[in-house]
Ligand binder design. Structure first.
Ligand code: GDP
Ligand code: MG
Length: 705
């Protein structure tokens, strides 16, 4: 008799490949009724094969999971072919254990056998089958090995029928299961977990389930998940997988240190600090501060004065020197031109564009190191560590990936929030994006940090800005979590083995960043600099002015500057310039230092206020509404006018309040230590948060590859 077989498995386990190998040209695609999830059915001889959407579990968090689960439970499938990616056994078997809790016949297709062979990884199929209690067949969907045997097994399993079983040893589960007659264990677990769909089917049992529960429903859900995972790693993986090489073992050893429940985050901070030191320090390896290079030992242009600059700063000095040369050349060239013309070209355009170009080396060096950390597999660990912290504030580790890309640029970061399934999480993540300092803001930090305290604390200050942004993100997220309603999504992520970073990947990453940056400097920035030059060089009667305060934009800025008086930079001699800078930053953040440079007022403005005011100015520019491009992207992704305007308001309010607090606190304490205090606070917070949330290492997932 013709049968219906459903292919169920994790995304990327090879379902579609198997489906195509089985059905050949007979496949039909469409949508499941009522939802836009792709539906595919085809024929293998007489039997119907259904390719279900890829899912990680039968706990419905997404339309895919609901479709797949309903199909398995409701459609009288003759047998579920559970396709399992053999190179990712640990993660894939979670779904398997849940499928086994239903009464539907299951066979496991252990896919990617060819890769396992190549890697010399052996999986004991008979033992696996014994542990799971269902037939297991090693196949290669791609090479079409073992497919006929697989279907034969599925046919037999369908004819034999099957009763559900579970690895969960909860007494409450057994009690609820005893009241049910169909998919006992599956439904019982879901009733205890308070699963909406299943609960509405068993209204009449609500009272009895409530009386059986000894804890709240969510802790049951967590316990069940943990029990399944530990069964997989302790009972199955340990007995079934024979690894030929010890790559994963080595990785696990390294992870014991790098993802340590208490030291994981401090180590991350230390690594990031080293990166910033290499990029921004004027005193490389602290040779001068430690007295290894004595005062007045040498003064070499570009290299440093009684100190050796970090690679990032040496490159910056070289670029700065070249930009200066070109500026001088332009000044000579236009020496005889009308004043407005030389002012436009030399001060306006080159002043702005040149200022931005001189920061390219720092951006390059910073992203070079971040690319290495990303490519070798370290950043995925950080996402994992973050998951534990994020959970407490309504986000999952999944949100870390978009937020991480925001360190590069908020635009791809905001677009990457598409991968988040919960609306609440997506909204919150978009709202937090500016707090993760993007590449375009780097020139602001560098410009000011190199001037404050003669650049002595440059790398600490820049690093401090990043940490400060993250702290603000955590605090505001905790608040938003209370305000915005919605559900949270569980986080499952593969941990790749550590490996040597690939030159090509890193090259592509850096090239992408720099190209984007240089092109932007040559187009948007150059054009807006011209407009800003005009607005800062001419008065309302279109006569050229000497003092920017008399210019069109200067008079407006001076008028509104008092609003920023509480932030420390809305009162002094250059208040108008600070305001112009902050507003120009709404076009693109590079405009902030570009404005100061093109007016030739950077040093004077920084000297005119207390360092506390500059810290507050940096905080404001970090947290306030990001550039035009990011705002437009956020508008598109939020897709809701009210949410969009609330987000803008949130950015402005957070920036204003935080900058005011920064100014207040920094004015009260000895300013030089302000940054160090932020760092120490960050470190303590990291340790405390880690310890409190008690990171559970056993949930970390490894691939064999
Ligand atoms: P799905 O998301 O479950 O539908 O997975 P796909 O069928 O799209 O497969 C994901 C990737 O794994 C594709 O690149 C496939 O070519 C590859 N793949 C699937 N099965 C095998 C296999 O047996 N061996 C190898 N080497 N690759 C496979
Ligand atoms: Mg597919």
């Amino acid at each position: 008799m013709a049968k219906v077989f459903a292919l169920a498995g994790n995304p990327n386990s090879g379902k579609t490949t198997l489906f195509n190998s089985l059905t050949g040209a007979t496949a039909k695609t469409g949508n499941w009724p009522g939802v836009t999830v792709e539906k595919k059915t085809g024929k293998y001889r007489e039997d119907t094969i259904v390719d279900l959407p890829g899912i990680y579990s039968l706990s419905p968090y997404s339309p895919e999971e609901i479709v797949s689960r309903n199909f398995v439970l409701k459609e009288n499938v003759d047998c579920v072919i559970n396709i399992v990616d053999g190179t990712n056994l640990e993660r894939n078997l979670y779904l398997t254990l849940q499928l086994l809790e239903t009464d539907v016949p299951v066979v496991v297709a252990l896919n990617m056998a060819d890769i396992l062979n190549k890697k010399g990884v052996e999986i004991d199929v008979d033992k696996l089958s014994m542990k799971l209690g269902v037939p297991v067949m090693a196949i290669s969907a791609l090479k079409k090995n073992g497919l006929d045997d697989l279907i034969a097994l599925a046919t037999k399993a369908a004819n034999d029928g099957r009763a559900g079983k579970t690895v969960l040893r909860s007494k409450e589960l057994a009690d609820v299961a005893a009241m049910l007659d169909k998919h006992k264990y599956f439904n019982a677990a879901k009733l205890i977990e308070n699963d909406e769909l299943i609960c509405s089917e068993y209204e009449s049992l609500k009272e009895s389930v409530n009386s059986i529960r000894a804890k709240d429903a969510t802790s049951y859900a967590e316990d069940f998940a943990n029990e399944r995972y530990s069964y997989i790693s302790n009972e199955i993986i340990k007995n079934v997988v024979v690894k030929a090489k010890d790559v994963s073992n080595r990785t696990e050893k390294v992870d014991k240190v790098l993802t340590h429940r208490i030291w994981g985050l401090p180590i991350f901070l230390l690594i990031m600090f080293s990166v910033f030191h290499l990029t921004f320090s004027e005193d490389f390896l602290f040779l001068s501060a430690l007295g290894i290079i004595p005062e007045g030992a040498f003064d070499i242009p570009i290299i440093g004065d009684s100190a050796i600059a970090s690679p990032g700063i040496i490159l910056f000095n070289i670029m700065d020197w070249i930009v200066g040369l070109i500026g001088d050349g332009l000044a000579n060239l236009f020496a005889n031109a009308p004043e407005w013309c030389s002012s436009l070209i030399v001060d306006g355009v080159w002043g702005g564009v040149g200022a931005i170009l001189s920061f390219v080396p720092n951006i390059l060096v910073l992203f070079f190191f971040i690319a290495i950390l990303e490519d070798c597999g370290y950043m995925s660990r950080i996402a994992y560590l973050m998951d534990k912290i994020f959970k407490g504030i309504g986000l999952s580790g999944k949100a870390f990936i978009p937020l991480l890309s925001c360190f590069g640029c908020a635009v791809p970061g905001i677009m990457a929030t598409k991968t988040l399934k919960s609306d609440k999480e997506r909204r919150m993540t978009i709202m937090l994006t500016p707090f993760f300092s993007c590449g375009a803001k780097l020139p602001i930090w560098t410009a000011f940090a190199l001037l404050l305290f003669d650049g002595a604390f440059a790398e600490l200050i820049v690093f401090g800005v990043y940490i400060f942004g993250i702290i603000v993100a955590i605090i505001t997220a905790a608040i938003l979590n209370k305000i915005i309603k919605g559900k949270q999504e569980p986080f499952i992520m593969e941990m790749p083995d550590y490996h040597m970073p690939q030159g090509k990947n890193i090259g592509i990453l850096i090239w992408d960043k720099c190209k984007h940056y240089v092109v932007k400097a040559g187009t948007l920035i150059a054009a807006s600099t011209v407009v800003l030059w005009f607005l800062t060089s001419f008065a309302w009667n279109f006569s050229m002015v000497e003092d920017v305060n008399d210019s069109i934009i200067g008079s407006i800025s001076n008028f509104i500057a008092p609003i920023f008086w509480p932030l420390g930079w809305g009162g002094g001699e250059f208040k108008g310039v600070f305001v112009i800078g902050a507003f120009a930053g709404l076009i693109a953040k590079e405009e902030v230092p570009a404005i100061f440079e093109s007016l030739g007022l950077l040093e004077a403005a920084v000297a005119s206020v207390a360092p506390a005011a500059i810290f507050s100015y940096m905080a404001f520019n970090l947290l306030v509404v990001p550039c035009m491009a990011a705002v437009a992207t956020a508008r598109g992704e939020l897709n809701n006018k009210k949410h969009f305007w609330l987000t803008i308001l949130f950015w402005v309010a957070t920036a204003y309040i935080s900058a005011m607090l920064v100014y207040l606190i920094a004015s009260l304490i000895s300013v030089a230590w302000w940054v160090s205090i932020i760092l120490v606070l960050g470190l303590i917070a990291a340790v405390v948060v880690c310890a409190v949330l008690s990171i559970r290492r056993d949930r970390m997932m490894y691939g064999v590859n």
